[in-house]
Design a protein around this ligand. Structure first.
Ligand code: RM4
Length: 250
């Protein structure tokens, strides 16, 4: 029980990587506030079966006011915040030259702006609390390498990595650690369509030394590590969780 008595916020916490991490932090003893879109309340209710005292903090993370709402509601219910997992994100695969401005802007607003706003709001609360904290942002292998159909997306993941590096500098003096997790190709709803293409899926599996695509539960251990005191001197780090995909040229 590495997180007994801790309070964690997970954004985008009812699907994919965010859902697995929310459940994983709960299993280590943390109380969980889960952000999700209002339309996903049924998905939140499903998670309540697993995490009975989970707090629903619905809202569009791209709006600055949502982050303050998340912090205020979490404090109301749990009186403190120790951990933030900034996970909410979208990725539609689209040809660069056909990508409309709205798709680009929405991807930036949710992935990068949303991560900035929630990190700032939680950072202010943690500073006021005076006992530090751990902020984890879900960046991506795509922060480090490109994707021909992800030109609107990869810059947001690179931005999230950079956000954590600068927040590590800005918040470190308050004992608040900021680190990035960089998932590789993890099977989630974000790549359902992309991975339906057998040729693409077999290509990706062949690129990964461990021989398989990632599962969302593969992110639980790294998140628990960075959330817990096991990583008390880890600040501004980036942790690839990709089965060896990034380093495998040949
Ligand atoms: C990740 C990475 C994966 C892709 C998902 C949607 O950042 O690019 O390959 O499947 O996004």
């Amino acid at each position: 029980m590495l997180l007994q008595g801790k309070v964690a916020i997970v954004t985008g916490g009812v699907t994919g990587i965010g859902k697995s991490i929310a459940i994983g932090l709960h299993e280590q003893g943390a109380k969980i506030a889960i952000n999700h879109l209002p339309s996903q309340i049924n998905l939140f209710n499903d998670i309540k079966e697993i995490i009975p005292d989970a707090l629903s903090v619905p809202g569009d993370i791209s709006k600055p006011e949502t982050s303050q709402f998340i912090v205020d509601e979490t404090i109301k219910k749990f009186q403190k915040i120790d951990i933030l997992v900034s996970n909410a994100g979208i990725c539609e695969f689209k040809d660069f030259l056909e990508t409309d401005a709205q798709t680009y802007q929405r991807t930036v607003e949710i992935n990068l702006n949303g991560s900035y706003f929630i990190t700032q709001a939680v950072g202010k609360q943690m500073k006021e609390q005076g006992h530090g904290g751990s902020i984890i942002a879900i960046s991506s292998i795509s922060a480090l390498v490109g994707g021909g159909k992800q030109v609107h997306y990869t810059p947001t993941k690179a931005g999230i990595l950079s956000l954590m590096q600068s927040c590590a500098c800005a918040l470190g003096p308050y004992g608040i650690r900021c680190n990035a997790i960089l998932p590789g190709t993890i099977r989630t709803q974000l790549n359902d369509e992309d991975m339906k293409d057998d040729t693409k899926r077999q290509y990706m599996e062949g690129r990964i030394p461990l021989g398989r695509l990632g599962k969302t539960d593969d992110l639980i251990g790294p998140a628990v590590f960075l959330a817990s005191d096991l990583s008390e001197y880890v600040n501004g780090a980036q942790l690839l969780v990709d089965g060896g995909l990034f380093v495998n040229l040949q």
